[in-house]
Design a binder for this molecule. Sequence first.
Ligand code: GLC
Ligand code: CA
Length: 542
Amino acid sequence: MLAPDFHAAHLVAPDFEPWWRDAVTYQIYVSSFADANGDGIGDLPGVTARIPYLARLGVDALWLTPHYPSPGADGGYDISDHMSVHPDFGTLHDYDELLSVAHAAGLRVLIDIVPNHVSEQHPWFLEARAGGPGARERFHFRAPRDDGAPPNNWQSLFGGPAWTLDEASGLYYLHLFSPEQPDLNWSHPDVRAHFEQILRFWLDRGTDGVRVDVAAGLLKDPELRDNPGTYTPGLFGHGPEQVHTWDQEGVHDIYRSWNALLREYDHHPASVGEVCLADLSATARYCRPDELGSAFTIELLKTAWGAGEYARAIEGPLTTFSEVGAKPAWVLSNHDKSRMPTRFGDGHLGAARARAAALLLLALPGQAYLYAGDELGLPDADVPAHARRDPIFHRSAGERLGRDGVRVPMPWTAGEPHCGFSARPDAPLYLPQPEGWAAYAAQQQWEDVHSFLNLYAELLRIRKTSPLFGTGLASIAADGDVLTVHLRDSRGNAGRCVINMGDDAVTTPDAGRLLALSHFDVWAFEGLLFLPGPSAAWMIDP
Ligand code: GLC
Ligand code: CA
């Protein structure tokens, strides 16, 4: 007889490898990807039209950032209807079409599930505001303190208190993000049931997986006690200072039930959590066999460029995730963070480091996430203040620039209106494209063997065919400026990714064969590997 806590996970053969375990997923910020109908906003038919591009690039899956109806207070992460498509992006029919075209091209499709909060325009919140019986219980409404202050000291991640006064009721409501994104009360059965319905709605259509937004935030301290510290934007990864807001034990039960739901589907849907916690072992707990498939590792996003620093940022997740039988979901860029060439120092240096980083990211065992435009080497764009949309910019009165610079329309073809993003020359773009964007256009990059795009395509091609890169067991070594990721597969094949993270050239002994290089000046000859600074190579033992 099975013990009552015996989960379905244990029934799966240990050597079962779901498709997503080592998948490379390409993140699409829908508004800025491709505009098919010429209104200046990216849309689902635009994505569908670019499926051949993604297939040629060689990724395994794509992830759409929220494609649902939304007033747009937080770039679509304020959802007013979870079982429909934003009219700017198309229709459900367009979604199904995208799915079938992607599947025909061998690509899987993940969507964003945003369970922590809804839009203030969501019917539930409208009901709550109108004072419908019981309607407020689906959110966190609380009376002010005696002096009229908010119920506790929690801060919004976008700046200011996490509480806003609802004038009509005289109560405050909780929002960890903008006031237009009230937090749901996950202790309420309606909330749980609703999200199961949402998951089924999309999985039934053939959706291949979900990225779970703010996954560690759903439950809050039941007494809503003051946090011992305060959130500051510099803190990337929530820790003890916010012990009552994040990572409450009960949240794991939610993912256990989602895991069971996902397992009902034969196509093995993926699930990856945005678990932004400072404590890696707390993050890894979300990836136990009966919870989420994986979680993003934020370490590489917040680590300064340097071999020792990167070695630690890689070793940590590798060890802690393996303790729960999972592999990390590596990420070096997304729609919330400065793009690699900019983060790494701009100009030639930033670009060279970003190319080397591509070899690193795609060598690591586990899932890898690319953000649209990484493969073009896009830097952050300058966005004029009047065009900025991000609530982070507006709520900080411009003190924090926010994320618009990494969300501007993609350059597809030089010489076309809006670099081919939108066919109509006078289309009012979602966000303006900066001067000089044509230099990064995808079409032109295909024609240049040394381009970023051809580098990514080549790495993805090797990753698909080699048993080592992206899959093999890894150990990490840092020696001066040189970081080495050693890879080994079950058949004893060995190889490595060697990265010279310094600015000066390095020559190291290496008897392997050169498989991929970030810079045309990298060479391997007579047992030596030469790496200009910065650059990287994939080596394989004979
Ligand atoms: C996640 C998203 C971010 C969004 C926030 C609130 O962090 O990545 O874009 O603003 O959640 O939903
Ligand atoms: Ca459009």
